[in-house]
Design a protein around this ligand. Structure first.
Ligand SMILES: Cc1cc2nc3c(=O)[nH]c(=O)nc-3n(C[C@H](O)[C@H](O)[C@H](O)COP(=O)(O)OP(=O)(O)OC[C@H]3O[C@@H](n4cnc5c(N)ncnc54)[C@H](O)[C@@H]3O)c2cc1C
Length: 389
């Protein structure tokens, strides 16, 4: 008989403001909220108290790259982790690589150091390492937290730990004020250790919903002297643009998706190509033969994590919503204001899909001719949002 040990395929616990909680997808917790839902800001939210007003004796430092002026979910979770385990004498210092226009206090930070000279799309690991080391030197944090991602933070955390010979835990799936835990040995062993100096947090280990706010004080930050250049040691070859149609849906940052309410597929595909967005579809649109099966998003299709997901003529059946639960901004275009997608969407446009697609195609063409080249459409997600509002 096969006696291989099975590990729990889902994370054992998630740290929340109410302590560690077992997450069972789809199960309603005691507050009546769906455990799996972390999206959007509640419209019933009350003003929250400050986490601490006591003078800080020590610090926890959180570093992350900004994505278009904000922290992504994973970075927010990392910041929340630090804020949740900080005691009253501890301040949480947030270091953001890149421009940051979000509200640091609401995310739980007591101090914000913004480093707008950095950009996630540029590769400057040594400059970033020096900047992080300078921030650490200024605040002497007890622990440094970074999201363990493949877009800069995971690499920076490892470089930093190696450079200063710090203790480090990677892929941390569970933590409290004294311990961290990770799966090791090809996921066969669940290992617990004391909280190290550098904590690299796996995604979705923390519920970023906080019952408090931080002080959110912006620190005016200047490097002493010019940052050490990576030139010569590291060469940034830049970003290679590829056709959005070639990007796997699971990796696409911008997706336009068609449902049963889209009848002019050619215009829809033209829009996707103009905006540089990947194409997704609902199961009905796929079953109708309008799109290939590999475009289907949902429970029996792909699960996507785009920053912007525009759902044209999609009702938002629970099976479809399952596939877009990790999308950051969902925009719905639908004739029916009461369609379930409207509850999930950050913005719902009550309009006909064909008319909206035509208007967006026109706006894109106008923007392109005004700015000269297709490169003008680099920030096409913003264009789409602007045209829809
Ligand atoms: C076991 C199982 C697994 C499933 N897996 C998936 C899955 O992986 N993915 C998935 O998507 N579905 C899945 N489904 C199907 C799912 O339940 C829905 O039937 C499907 O998602 C509906 O697709 P739709 O929203 O495109 O179509 P509809 O439900 O027909 O909705 C069309 C929407 O478009 C709007 N609309 C119509 N005309 C216009 C117009 N001219 N302009 C603007 N809006 C318009 C309507 O108001 C409506 O909201 C699954 C179902 C089952 C039972």
């Amino acid at each position: 008989m096969n006696t291989f040990k099975r590990i729990e395929p889902r994370r054992p616990f998630t740290i929340t403001a109410d302590g560690l909680k077992r997450i069972t997808l789809g199960v309603t917790d005691s507050t009546g909220a769906m455990s799996m839902s972390t999206h959007g800001v509640s419209h019933r939210e009350q003003p929250k108290p400050r986490r601490t007003t006591v003078a800080a004796q020590r610090a926890l430092l959180v570093a992350a790259h900004a994505d278009r002026g904000a922290l992504d979910d994973h970075a927010r979770q990392t910041l929340a982790a630090a804020a949740l385990i900080a005691d009253a004498q501890t301040e949480v210092v947030l270091v953001v690589f890149g421009e940051f226009t979000d509200n640091a206090a609401l995310l739980g930070a007591d101090k914000l150091i913004e480093l707008p000279m950095f950009d996630r799309r540029a590769f400057a690991p040594l400059d970033e390492l020096n900047a992080l080391a300078a921030c650490v030197a200024a605040y002497a944090p007890v622990h440094v937290f970074l999201p363990d991602n493949a877009t800069g933070d995971g690499d920076l955390g490892r470089r930093y730990a190696a450079a200063v010979n710090a203790s480090v835990a990677t892929h941390v799936v569970e933590l409290d004020a004294a311990h961290v835990a990770s799966y090791v040995k090809a996921n066969s062993v669940f290992a617990v250790r004391a909280l190290p100096e550098v904590v690299l947090l796996a995604p979705n280990a923390v519920d970023p919903t906080l019952p408090f706010v931080g002080a959110g004080e912006q620190v005016v930050w200047r490097f002493d002297g010019a940052p050490v250049s990576s030139q010569g040691v590291v060469r940034d070859l830049g970003i290679e643009e590829i056709d959005a149609a070639q990007v796997a849906l699971e990796e696409a940052d911008f997706i336009v998706s068609a449902g049963n309410g889209v009848s002019d597929v050619a215009a829809f595909e033209r829009l996707a190509s103009t905006l540089g967005a990947a194409i997704g579809a609902s199961r009905v649109a796929v079953d109708d033969g309008k799109f290939a099966r590999d475009k289907q998003i949902g429970a029996t299709g792909k699960t996507v994590e785009a920053s912007v997901y525009i759902a044209f003529g999609i009702s938002g059946a629970v099976q479809h919503l399952q596939g877009i639960k990790d999308c950051r901004h969902v925009i719905a275009v639908n004739l029916d204001a009461s369609a379930p997608i409207a509850k999930r969407a950050n913005l719902t446009v009550i309009a006909d899909t064909q008319e909206t697609i035509a208007a967006l195609n026109e706006a894109a063409a106008a923007a392109r001719s005004a700015r000269g080249t297709g490169a003008a459409l680099l920030n096409s997600a913003a264009l789409a949002e602007g045209a829809l509002v």
